[in-house]
Write a protein that binds this ligand. Structure first.
Ligand code: FE2
Length: 206
């Protein structure tokens, strides 16, 4: 398989996986107790479980340092990330711990020229944590923390799944990535179902 051909394979597997009704419930179940503890038990989940493939030495599939809120995602979400292989070294993802992440906003706000020449990766290179994750483990993290990956210099491809979860009644940050369009309710309770289905009578001034 070539780097040029990998995206077609990725899309084929992604579409096939998401066609199954069990896909999202099963993916949520991988980390349900952790997500319940961190986010809550009434959840909205991203509409698709995403698939990424990083072949060895593929420069095109790297994800530069970023926070997902920069792409209009809600700051209330967590990401469930499940590599389908052991990840370590350049095959792992890196993330900035919260204490250091708190300095990013101030630092970026005071840059000249809107930070055009500022290299965030270099600025925090020594602070990033590269998290080894074993096959069969799922990592749950807040994507408000700076994170990314680099070229996979190991000899093996990295296949990984990811999906975002947020509390059903948390604010959503944009019309593009809102409830219904980007997330759907997955675990509403009875009172929530009743409330969502309630329609006030029309023409009654009571
Ligand atoms: Fe991200």
């Amino acid at each position: 398989m070539t780097v040029a051909g990998i995206n077609a394979l990725r899309l084929h597997v992604f579409n096939g996986l998401n066609r199954h009704g069990w896909c999202r419930p099963t993916y949520l179940a991988l980390a349900r107790s952790i997500v319940d503890a961190l986010v809550g038990n009434e959840l909205a989940m991203q509409n698709r479980v995403n698939l990424s493939i990083q072949m060895p030495n593929d420069e095109t599939s790297t994800l530069a340092v970023h926070a997902d809120v920069w792409s209009a995602e809600t700051p209330y979400e967590v990401v469930e990330w499940t590599p389908l292989v052991d990840v370590y070294d350049t095959k792992a993802m890196y993330i900035l711990r919260p204490e250091v992440n708190r300095t990013v906003r101030d630092r970026m706000s005071s840059l000249k020229d809107g930070g055009k020449d500022f290299d965030l990766f270099e600025a925090y290179r020594d602070e990033f944590h590269w998290i080894p994750v074993g096959y069969g483990q799922t990592l749950v993290f807040s994507p408000i923390l700076l994170h990314g990956n680099v070229r996979n210099d190991t000899a093996e491809s990295r296949w990984s799944l990811n999906c975002r979860l947020t509390g059903l009644f948390t604010p959503y940050a944009s019309d593009e990535k809102c409830l219904g369009r980007f997330y759907t309710p997955v675990t509403p309770k009875v009172a929530t179902r009743i409330g969502m289905n309630f329609r006030a009578p029309e023409g009654f001034d009571g």
